[in-house]
Design a protein around this ligand. Structure first.
Ligand SMILES: O=C(O)c1ccc(O)c(O)c1
Ligand SMILES: [Mg+2]
Length: 628
């Protein structure tokens, strides 16, 4: 199926929009009247500009308040339409969208609307044009695609068809399966949009908060399945009114849009395998079996602080790379790589961002298939020259210009530790840290939807509801995503203000990056005791927290004393429990967290986050005294 996007969906002037839409790989666009009217070029020149980008104007819109008017308003509406038809001829647009009327004098009446639209379709047809009728969810008399279809059916004119818009149908809770009884060739155009689950007036939600399919909470896959089942094979077009996108980076928003359409078509095909017509065929969502490694880019001098922290946490330097100044640190199932090479990707990452996570390895069943799916979903493949004996491991670009590598057993990539590294023979202390619990990535609030879509479209990952975390200097939003078995977890933290801890980190690290790494302990009290014994610096948590905690959960004095002793934060949810403590941030702001989940706790200690943030800020301002 061809892909399209409405020009309103992205920021910029018309030339910038066209460039972004073409670069993202769309076949065409919906020309929004405002974008066209505001431009200085003539309709003819604009049409040529669109075609020079290899794009097609698939729809001209919107034409409002047309049907069901009394005279003389009715005649005026027809004159207005003729004027638009003239423009469309010059632009090279063949289909016009007519949205259901909001006019205070519109009379209603299915047959009246059908008669008006049939007459207009006749005028359009004489000029080789067509019109499509769309029910706005807040239309005065027509606000349901089933009524719009009845009007189109009764009008019975070949130049008149139906326009479907997932927002208007799903936003009103109309069963999308009602689309299955509409003949596909009577549907002239399909618009797609998702939206978050917010209780809000539909018009306001639609004009400000729509988002890309897969970014919101509407059942867009069910809608897409019904559209495909109807036999419709026209364009799939994004029509996204979103305040954030209007001010965002046009290329990035257009890329997200294209990704969302590919994802949507793939979802529909997977949910209903009999629907194959016009839908792309790509490997299924990739199951991630865990984090194989986390790689830091650093320099020999800056790496010392990190290596000290690793040693104090019970890691040992297990292996050294045979060709490079790269070491692998190990504990349990956790591998942390410290790369202090002075050439290559890690080095340029270090020069741009300072010491930080430049690369994450994900464990998958088939690394090639993973790269293939990622590529089909518009991810950027990454590779760099290989040294002697090194393995070619598929990789893509991830958050903040970092890299994601894919490691499988199928093609022997999990042998990389033996093939590329030699053992150091160093002793393994082991403080009970077993595996990576989660990675916390910090980014601007504006990028959160984009990276959420990146992870959930390529991988088999689920979203939790977004949370607000109160920082003393502003809100940070937190979006957790996880594999269905919870073996791989990532939290995306969006800074809305540069004064928050997350915002300050973004400035210091020159962009989005991993801000903390949470490691799962077998026994957090035991890990804490071992780590404290080596001089690991814990984040001090104030007395007030423990007083409140005791009151909140009715913990006894002994339990509270144990938590307090190791600066452990606690949360109970039903029968489940969560324990967490933090290390002091390294230079640059990255820090480690140690966690223990009991009884299947599935969160991240959100209730404790404000305390942790306040404690970190106090520490960074140098106002905290370590407690005995
Ligand atoms: O918000 C609107 O007015 C509007 C206009 C045209 C559309 O296709 C639409 O879905 C909404
Ligand atoms: Mg629409």
């Amino acid at each position: 199926m061809k892909t399209s996007i409405a020009t309103v969906s992205i920021a910029g002037n018309l030339a910038e929009k066209l460039a972004a839409i073409a670069a993202a790989g769309f076949d065409g666009l919906e020309m929004f009247e405002q974008d066209f009217l505001q431009d200085a070029a003539s309709p003819h020149e604009i049409g040529a500009m669109v075609r020079d980008h290899g794009l097609e104007i698939m729809l001209y819109q919107p034409f409002r308040d047309f049907e069901g008017l009394p005279e003389p308003l009715r005649a005026r509406a027809f004159d207005r339409a003729r004027h638009k038809f003239d423009l469309m001829a010059e632009l090279g647009a063949e289909l016009m969208l007519i949205c259901s009327s909001l006019h205070p004098q519109a009379m209603g009446g299915i047959d009246r609307a059908a008669d008006d639209l049939a007459e207009l379709a006749g005028i359009a047809a004489e000029r080789g044009l067509r019109i499509g009728y769309e029910a706005l969810a807040w239309g005065r008399h027509v606000n349901d695609h089933r009524d719009a279809w009845e009007i189109v059916r009764r009008a019975d004119h070949p130049a008149l068809g139906l326009v479907l818009d997932s927002f208007h149908s799903l936003g009103r809770g109309i069963d999308p399966d009602t689309i299955r009884r509409i003949p596909g060739d009577r549907i002239f155009f399909v618009q797609l949009a998702d939206a978050p689950q917010i209780n809000m007036d539909l018009l306001y939600l639609s004009r400000h908060y729509r988002n890309m399919p897969g970014e919101g909470d509407l059942p867009v896959t069910d809608f897409m399945r019904a559209v495909a089942a109807s036999g419709y094979d026209g364009p799939l077009s994004l029509e996204i009114f979103n305040d954030q996108f209007r001010g965002g980076n046009p290329a990035a928003i257009a890329r997200d849009g294209h990704r969302s359409l590919i994802w949507l078509m793939d979802q529909a095909r997977r949910a209903e395998p009999a629907l194959t017509a016009g839908l792309p065929d790509l490997p299924a969502n990739i199951r991630v079996a865990g984090i194989e490694f986390i790689e830091f880019a650093s320099s020999p001098s800056e790496a010392r602080e990190l290596e000290t922290a690793l040693t104090q946490m019970g890691f040992h330097r297990e292996g050294e790379h045979r060709n490079k100044r790269v070491a692998v640190w190990r504990q349990g199932d956790i591998r942390i790589i410290v790369n202090v090479e002075e050439t290559g990707f890690a080095h340029s990452f270090f020069l741009n961002h300072g010491t930080g996570v430049c690369d994450v390895g994900l464990r998958v069943a088939d690394a090639q298939a993973t790269a293939q799916r990622a590529r089909a979903l518009d991810a950027t493949l990454f590779s760099q020259p290989l040294g002697p004996g090194e393995l070619e491991i598929p990789a893509i670009r991830g958050v903040g210009g970092s890299i994601l590598h894919f490691i499988d057993a199928k093609s022997g990539l999990n042998d990389v530790w033996d093939v590329e590294f030699g053992p150091t023979g160093e002793q393994a202390p082991d403080f009970g840290l077993m595996r990576v619990d989660h990675l916390a990535e910090t980014m601007n609030y504006d990028e959160m939807l984009s990276w959420t879509l990146f992870y959930t479209s390529i991988f088999e990952m689920e979203r939790r509801p977004m949370l607000d975390v109160a920082d003393p200097d502003g809100l940070t939003r937190s979006q957790a995503i996880a594999s269905p078995d919870r073996g791989t977890r990532i939290t995306l933290n969006g800074a809305q203000s540069h004064r928050t801890l997350a915002g300050g980190f973004l400035t210091d690290s020159m962009g989005s990056a991993v801000q903390h790494i949470a490691l799962a302990s077998k026994d957090i009290f035991n890990s804490a005791e071992n780590m404290a014994g080596t001089g690991f610096q814990m984040l001090p948590i104030p007395e007030n927290y423990y007083d409140d905690l005791q009151a909140r959960y009715g913990l006894d004095d002994r339990e509270i004393a144990r938590l307090r002793r190791w600066n452990i934060l606690y949360e109970a949810e039903g029968e489940t429990e969560f324990f967490q403590f933090y290390g002091k941030p390294l230079q640059g702001g990255l820090f480690f967290e140690i966690v223990e989940r009991r009884g299947g706790y599935d969160g991240y200690g959100a209730v404790n986050a404000p305390f942790r943030i306040a404690a970190l800020k106090r520490l960074m301002r140098g106002k905290d005294m370590p407690r005995k």
